[in-house]
Design a binder for this molecule. Structure first.
Ligand SMILES: Nc1ncnc2c1ncn2[C@@H]1O[C@H](COP(=O)(O)OP(=O)(O)O)[C@@H](O)[C@H]1O
Ligand SMILES: [Mg+2]
Length: 274
């Protein structure tokens, strides 16, 4: 058996506790397909009646389109931010009394199927400077475990952000990799950065595959089990060109099918874990 088809680890990608919500962070090299995949997975979850919040911590656009949120200004306004008391590491924090749940209810956009969407580093109306909004975003993310939503995070490319605070909420890190050397080596590095104390479970998504053995190639090159594999899919490009979500444009396309299978797998994991 190849590593790509090995049984998944018995670790639990779901939150322990009552709600057992998913906490997933998508990472990977720029252009690998993080935003397309994260948004589509979130929509699939939401279409099944599940409560979902998406965290967009990439200052570059992408996730909003794959969710179907045309122009989002879902940032955190000044009123939600206050200066932290002296001696605290962060300079700003969420206003006293404002929980992560309340902040998401108030400031996240609501997209198709009820998906909530919160952005880092964007502002609306009379708003805090970017920096203050970003402190508040981090604060929300740090306490997101206490909220009732499944959490899907789309992280920016690069190795720095993902594992230094921003992906702290994740119980499962999905590394999106194309079957191309630079993409796979990036994925391998990202996977290693995730190791350590309180390490989340890490798996790969092989995206834009062209050959049957591309998933195996990704698995071998990254050292990760491949949990889903999507081919180069013209429907994804078309959807992007039209500025509409993949799931609305081509709900039966191979990419959406691959993510349906991934979701099934995640649900099965949930059932089989203690
Ligand atoms: N399976 C796929 N088949 C074809 N094109 C894809 C696929 N997945 C993503 N793309 C395209 O690749 C580009 C990068 O995707 P995107 O999701 O923005 O990546 P990232 O968020 O990792 O930077 C986009 O043009 C997108 O339409
Ligand atoms: Mg992106």
């Amino acid at each position: 058996m190849t590593s790509a088809t090995q049984p998944v680890s018995a670790d639990d990608p779901f939150e322990d506790g009552v709600s057992r919500r998913l906490r997933i962070a998508f990472v990977g090299k720029g252009g690998a397909g993080k935003s397309s995949i994260a948004g589509t997975l979130a929509r699939l979850l939401a279409a099944g009646g599940e409560p979902v919040v998406c965290l967009d911590s990439d200052p570059l656009p992408g996730l909003a389109t794959s969710l179907g949120i045309a122009t989002s200004d879902a940032g955190i306004p000044d009123e939600a931010v206050e200066e932290a008391p002296e001696g605290e590491r962060a300079r700003y924090r969420l206003a006293t009394g404002l929980t992560s749940e309340a902040a998401i209810r108030r400031y996240a956009d609501t997209g198709p199927d009820g998906v909530r969407f919160l952005q880092f580093g964007k502002t609306r109306g009379h708003v805090a400077p970017l920096m203050r909004s970003q402190f508040a975003f981090r604060h929300i993310v740090a306490d997101i475990d206490d909220t009732p939503w499944h959490v899907i995070g789309d992280l920016p490319a690069g190795t720095r952000q993902p594992f230094f605070g921003w992906a702290g909420f994740a119980h499962l890190v999905l590394v999106v990799a194309e079957p191309a050397m630079s993409s796979m080596l990036s994925a391998k590095r990202l996977a290693r950065l995730g190791e350590g104390e309180n390490a989340p479970l890490v798996a790969a998504i092989a995206n834009k595959t062209r050959r049957d053995d591309d998933a195996d190639l990704v698995s071998q090159a990254t050292g990760l089990p491949v949990w889903a594999s999507a081919p180069v899919d013209p429907a994804v490009r078309e959807a992007e060109h039209l500025g509409v979500p993949i799931i609305d444009h081509a709900p039966d396309s191979p990419t959406v099918q691959a993510l349906r299978s991934l979701l099934e797998r995640l649900h099965n994991e949930e059932r089989s874990s203690p």
